[in-house]
Design a protein around this ligand. Sequence first.
Ligand code: SAH
Length: 363
Amino acid sequence: MVNLLGLDRAALTRYFAGLGETPYRARILMRWVYKRGVTDFAAMTDFSKALRARLAAEAELRAPEVADRQCSADGTVKWSMRTDAGDLVETVLIPDGGRNTLCISSQAGCALDCAFCATGKQGFNGNLSPAEIGGQVWLAAQELASRGDARGITNVVFMGMGEPLLNFDATTTVANLLIDDYAYGISKRRVTVSTAGVVPRIRELARHADCALAVSLHAPDDALRNELVPLNRRYPLAELLDACGEYLSGVGERRSVTMEYALIKGWNDSLEHARALAKLLRPLRAKINLIPFNPFPDSGFERPDDDVLRAFQTSLMNAGYTATLRTTRGADIAAACGQLVGAVRDRTNRSARLARIRAREVA
Ligand code: SAH
């Protein structure tokens, strides 16, 4: 059974070509699935009976099973979805004024182990398929439609569990689908892939998907970034910023890269850090998105006080940057940045190792 959910137009066209059908079938299928929410081939009456029967026999359009759904006091919704491998991954819908932003997961857990992120602490079990990634969007869109919310999903960010650029093919397939007018037709500036800095894939991104890029920077120098984002030891800042420049020349126009910077008390939140950050980013067209650190059990890190957050932001604004301070949403249901954990079978044994260390600390 091939799961066609989440495939972009190019992949669907290849699939139909394999059946000896015209490329036009791909667009018809996309309209049924993404405009009308229909996943039952039998209902797709503009396909011949023979084609419908064949699709029903060898293909499916199956979203992940929803294992849990929680709603925050602020309107944020968090779903826990079961993957085919049996892991639980999380998806967050953040309604905000005129926008419905969906934060989706690209992997079960994460292999990168950033110091301050809860997802990394639980280890890693593998990549999600296009159906598992795109299925998160399909399910959330179904919920909005059933609520009578005519705007639908306006923004999608690959900022849930996992490193999207280490699941490159599935990520770019779904990104292409999201911006396709036959599917959701979301503006390419409102589909954002966020990366901890997988340099070779940043260099390739523009050639595979015309979407927005966010980079999890978190530190203005290599020594500090090596500690917070271990991937920096492999791809240091100079290479990372050079790759961002290559992405920008690939997408053309007046686009910019969003630099995410989680502010962590006593680690990276001084005015000196702000000045170094402003200097570092000077050669690049960059916006800065400050994220106050979101605590999770045993993280060992703290959120800076509000006046420190403001001073950091003001310093960047005075240096001429667009610097936004991300509002914390859904913290009461552990749906904020860095708090997504789900439940994954941990192939890296990282969670067991951590538990042993903690047990020793307590003893
Ligand atoms: N792996 C990708 C996608 C995750 S995006 C990436 O690193 O970009 C999630 C964002 O939240 C990243 O910028 C991440 O660094 C940040 N984050 C992780 N843990 C956090 C925490 N506890 N508080 C605030 N932000 C956090």
